[in-house]
Design a protein around this ligand. Structure first.
Ligand code: PBG
Length: 331
């Protein structure tokens, strides 16, 4: 048979396949999400996220050491406070859970890059990401009042030693507000990774159990994006770039690969994506039943995110992925 084009030629040996790989991954681009809680000497497994834990600050050492050993040197912290109130005051308290966790970890492990999630939903009694108001007879979140609290939160994280802040609330104008508050307090060098294109998604379900942050009434659709919208996701990313974001994130990951590609093409800053709790939980559950190969699925999901255009990948599988990269299974 006369065939000039035989793409199989480049697939014939493992060495050749590795040589012609278009997507390469390094463990230096992984971020591990980590939950810290008030209290002492406790580590609790999160039932909807098998293999993931909530740690009191004094118990974070082993997890951090294992990550560093695997080559993962970035974490994103989420706080679970004992006390919640209407205004989420523990989010910006000087001795809040995140503030204490950051200073503990940065003092002990300066080589660990610590990113802090900036949002109010884990700290408010109603579980919404901002200040709840009554708007034309409906409960809603007051955008501009929330901005002030987000500014305070971000500055308090920076004061505690956070390396980067990551606002995930989806209020309008929050990147500009946070940038100016950081700058006014002398933190011009702290980057902002904004959850720019964040959809209202059922994939966050297990996280809300982990963080105890499910809204007690209504949902988040008046601030997180409608997952039917693609052009709006680009608009959100472009707005955040204009407001001074250093990195933009697309979230969730697996169901948003088109958006990752769009944002990659339309912006000129690094694009991150967050493979969220529901994605992890689904793989875990199917693997437990013996229906999928966990390791292979995890690798394929990660590579597809990078192939779509992400260069930073946040995942509960960060440590296991780093190990696969080191073993040469992917990368
Ligand atoms: C806080 C926040 C959420 C997640 C990250 N930051 C929950 C939400 O928006 O409801 C979800 C992460 C995950 O599901 O793994 N706003």
């Amino acid at each position: 048979m006369e065939l000039i084009n035989r793409p199989r030629r480049l697939r014939s040996t493992p060495e050749l396949r590795r040589m012609v790989r278009e997507t390469r991954i390094s463990e230096s681009s992984l971020i591990y999400p980590m939950f810290v809680m008030d209290g002492k000497s406790q580590v609790c497994e999160i039932s909807a996220l098998p293999g993931q834990y909530r740690y009191t600050v004094d118990m974070t050492d082993r997890c951090i050491e294992e990550l560093l050993e695997a080559g993962v040197s970035s974490i994103m912290l989420f706080g679970i406070p004992d006390h919640k109130d209407e205004m989420g005051t523990q989010a910006y308290a000087e001795d809040g859970i995140i503030q204490r966790a950051v200073s503990y970890i940065k003092n002990k492990y300066p080589e660990m890059y610590v990113i802090t999630d900036v949002c109010l939903c884990e700290y408010t009694s109603h579980g919404h990401c901002g200040v709840v108001c009554e708007c034309r007879g409906r409960h809603d979140v007051d955008n501009d009042k929330t901005l002030k609290l987000l500014q305070e939160t971000a500055v308090s994280h920076a004061l505690a030693g956070s390396d980067m802040v990551a606002p995930s609330d989806m209020m309008d104008g929050r990147v500009a507000a946070i940038r100016s508050a950081l700058d006014a307090n002398g933190f011009t060098d702290i980057p902002i990774m904004s959850y720019a294109s964040k959809f209202a998604s059922s994939f966050y379900g297990p996280f809300r159990e982990a963080a105890g942050s499910a809204p007690s009434f209504g949902d988040r659709r008046s601030y997180q994006m409608d997952f039917h919208n693609r052009r709006e996701a680009i608009k959100e990313a472009l707005l955040d770039v204009e407001e001074g974001a250093d990195i933009v994130m697309v979230k969730p990951c697996m169901s948003c690969q088109d958006i990752i590609r769009d944002v990659y093409e339309r912006t000129d800053i690094p694009v991150a994506t967050y493979s969220v709790s529901g994605e992890y939980a689904m793989v875990k559950a199917a693997a437990e039943k013996g229906w999928v190969d966990e390791k292979k699925i995890m690798c394929e999901m990660a590579v597809s995110a990078y192939r779509a255009g992400a260069s930073i990948y946040e995942t509960y599988y960060a440590k296991e992925l780093a190990e696969c990269i080191r073993e040469g299974i992917i990368g």
